[in-house]
Design a binder for this molecule. Structure first.
Ligand code: FAD
Ligand code: NAP
Ligand code: SF4
Length: 672
């Protein structure tokens, strides 16, 4: 059968075993690894992805010993009884026809506990704990622990292991000068710094025999000062191959790097060129990764010869059926990962179970599924923003007869504004997905129809769900009606002309986004623009791949203001807030905390900053001061005795985001 993705769907022969396609589900910690008694949930999670057709999966990281824990009592595999528990993961995966490898991750100085060890006693910028320098005996025990962990993984039924040698974890801490200041045979010249990974791979191979997949995750681009020069990356790859690796996977950027490598603003497949540079240097298959989320991108990467396989992690949270949908030539049905990190990585950093903003069932497969409704009903959903879309499609999937009303001429609600922000264009994928999902589930969609209470009463609906969203909060300020004052809707929805000097009131997610939107009249969203802005050396001449950032010149002078003290954007996502702050800083955006707004007049915005009076002589003041719920139909419907429920922004506007809107819409639909 012909397919648009021949390279992606081609099997990969590893000699002793074959993978059914070129898709690796990359390691992604979801929190269940560390929860007692949660392996049945992990088993259901991975089995669901195996059913979805992925060629090979890698678990989140498991430590080979206690020192290697990422945090106290994190997932570890060092005993036979622990190995027995892992059968709850491997058995369902194999029943579903999948293959799975266990990732062995030693956190080194990234550990959040006092047992942390490293090459040298140097604290990392992202953990409070200073590591202890491993001695000769400690290093030998660590190598043995990796080999023991791999043998136990084999006993537990895994098809292989991945040795985590990148992202700045222990092995990486040994391979570069930045963190390895040793003078013994494990530090100093490359020969010595490469010894730990090579000895680990040799020991693992000896422990598991020849017919077991051994992936080595190689840090190809450290993106930190004092990172590895390219020549050392190539040489390490050769030695790892000679030591017994089956596959080399690509690692990009240490966790402490200040270059975004997986956020939405990172262009598709932005790092496959790095993997390509290694092609021909080793004979074993190479896997590339980072920001590959759709089959056309993956196919292009493979067809142009950048790599032999593609790794995706978050896209499988968003859609477990990704591969099957690609194989059926229906990419439009894929629920695409938009790289927001809001429900996956941010959750992990907040010590909550990871899930997915666009797929709230992710990691809850064993506990939550869509059941057919016992009594099908006539349901009206009012508002086709993220909450209404999730509710309408889930309710229809359950067998309800659903009509979705949307006042504007398109679905998506505020996501239509979000996708206009530079770096967020991929939010469009979610709207494309829902567009198809509405048709597949048989929802009757009434665009350009502002539902009224009367029309809903006349429609004979058994149940009405109000997903009517929010209204921007008005700020009561003398001069609040001055022509200089605009709301974010004027700017993002109605394209109001904006002058070159701007003050923004409110530094939440929308204030930051509006600043990003206004900084460039014509934003450069090309891959070259991204490399230049963040100082990524694509010539690979500089060790670690860093060079001087060259931000695109900005077109406007912007001041972002908030009333509270402290850093601006403190409530932005844990793993993305720093990117937004760095990006605006590089664009010269002034950030003012402790503001008291006094008035707006022809001179501009008058305010006090930490008690000091100041006038910002701006052309426009843009109000991004949060939002309030909008649900004008509720009272009349209730009075008419129609069961009515609010979801998303219509319910609670404070701290609303699409994650909550989609989850709540789905939950309400599941309970109808
Ligand atoms: P809305 O999206 O507001 O949708 C409500 C819908 O109801 C609208 O389409 C409206 O036309 C319709 N409607 C109202 N009344 C009626 C009626 N009587 N009849 C028919 N239709 C009606 N969230 C994130 O999680 N991550 C982000 O990165 C992010 N970025 C954002 C960037 C910007 C610039 C903006 C503005 C928002 C962003 N958000 C983000 C917030 C996110 O978009 C909202 O949380 C989400 O859209 C709320 O969904 P909702 O369905 O409750 O409401
Ligand atoms: P928000 O995050 O609640 O921010 C509102 C801002 O307005 C705050 O800076 C607040 O801080 C200020 N403010 C509140 N009341 C005010 C008043 N009366 N006068 C002056 N200033 C006032 O809301 P938002 O920016 O509108 O975003 C809406 C939702 O969309 C957010 O909850 C967010 O999660 C989501 N979103 C997320 C992202 C993302 O990247 N994840 C991006 C965009 C939007 P002070 O009170 O200190 O001034
Ligand atoms: Fe992707 Fe966002 Fe879902 Fe994470 S939460 S998997 S980044 S869409």
């Amino acid at each position: 059968m012909s397919t648009p993705y021949p390279h992606l769907l081609e099997p990969l022969d590893l000699g002793f075993t074959a993978l059914k396609n070129r898709v690796l589900m990359g390691s992604m910690h979801i929190g269940l690894e560390d929860e007692r008694g949660s392996f049945d949930k992990l088993g259901a999670y991975f089995a669901r992805r195996a059913e979805g057709g992925v060629g090979l999966m890698v678990t989140g990281g498991f430590a080979p010993n206690r020192e290697g824990w990422a945090k106290p009592f994190a997932g570890k595999l060092s005993t036979k009884s622990e190995a027995k528990a892992h059968r709850r993961i491997t058995a369902p995966v194999h029943e579903a026809g999948g293959k799975i490898a266990l990732q062995i991750l030693h956190a080194g100085r990234y550990a959040y506990h006092p047992l942390a060890v490293s090459a040298s006693a140097l604290k990392s910028p992202i953990s409070w704990f200073k590591p202890r320098k491993l001695g000769e005996g400690g290093i030998k025990r660590t190598i043995k622990a990796f080999a023991n962990c791999a043998a136990l993984a084999q006993l537990a039924g895994y098809d292989g292991v991945e040795v985590m040698g990148s992202e700045g974890y222990l092995i990486n801490q040994f391979t570069v000068d930045r963190t390895n200041k040793r003078g013994d045979r494990w530090g100093g010249d490359f020969e010595n710094r490469a010894r730990l990974p090579v000895e680990i791979v040799k020991a693992v191979r000896a422990a598991v025999g020849p017919e077991f997949i051994l992936i080595y995750r190689l840090s190809m681009l450290d993106l930190v000062e004092g990172g590895a020069p390219w020549a050392e990356v190539v040489e390490l790859a050769k030695r790892v191959e000679a030591a017994g690796a089956t596959i080399i996977n690509t690692g990009i950027g240490w966790h402490e790097a200040r270059v975004p490598t997986i956020a939405t603003l990172v262009p598709p497949a932005a790092f496959s060129w790095v993997t390509r540079r290694l092609k021909g240097e080793v004979a074993i298959p190479l896997v590339t990764s980072n920001r590959i989320n759709m089959p056309d991108v993956a196919e292009r990467v493979l067809a142009t010869g950048d790599a032999d396989m593609v790794s995706m992690a978050r896209p499988f949270l968003a859609d477990p059926d990704w591969v099957n949908k690609a194989a059926a030539a229906h990419p439009e049905r894929i629920n695409t990962c938009i790289a927001c990190n809001q429900a996956c990585l941010d959750h992990v950093f907040e010590r909550k179970r990871a899930t997915c903003l666009v797929n709230p069932f992710a990691a809850y497969e064993a506990e939550w599924r869509v059941e057919h409704a016992a009594t099908p009903r006539r349901v009206a959903v009012v508002g086709a923003g993220p909450a209404g879309l999730a509710c309408a499609t889930t309710a229809a999937q359950r067998g309800h007869q659903v009509t979705l009303f949307e006042a504007s001429d398109r679905i998506g609600g505020q996501f239509n504004l979000a996708k206009r922000i530079p770096g967020k264009a991929e939010f469009e994928h979610t709207l494309r997905y829902f567009e198809h999902r509405l048709a597949e589930t048989g929802v009757t969609v009434r665009l350009g129809t502002r539902a009224t209470a009367q029309a809903l009463k006349d429609g004979g609906f058994d149940h009405v769900v109000l997903a009517t969203g929010v209204s921007p909060r008005h700020v009561n300020l003398p001069g609040g009606d001055h022509p200089k004052v605009l709301s974010y809707l004027d700017v993002l929805r109605d394209d109001a002309p904006v002058g070159d000097r701007v003050a923004i009131i409110g530094a939440g997610g929308i204030g930051f986004d509006v600043a990003e939107f206004l900084a460039h009249k014509q934003p450069d969203e090309s891959a070259q623009g991204y490399y230049a802005e963040w100082g990524i050396d694509t010539s690979l001449a500089a060790p670690g791949g860093l060079t001087e950032p060259k931000p695109h010149p900005v077109d406007r002078q912007i001041t972002l203001c908030q009333r509270r003290p402290g850093k601006l954007g403190a409530n932005l996502g844990k793993t993305t807030g720093w990117i937004h702050r760095s990006s605006l800083k590089a664009k010269g955006v002034e950030m003012l905390a402790q503001c008291t707004y006094l008035k707006v007049d022809d001179a501009g915005l008058h305010l006090e900053v930490a008690g000091q009076p100041r006038v910002l002589p701006v052309d426009h003041v843009i109000v991004c001061a949060g939002q309030v719920p909008f649900h004008p139909l509720e009272a009349e419907l209730q009075a008419a005795g129609i069961p009515v429920q609010r979801i998303g922004g219509a319910d609670v506007a404070a701290e609303l985001d699409a994650k909550r809107a989609i989850r709540q819409g789905t939950e309400v639909a599941c309970a109808l």
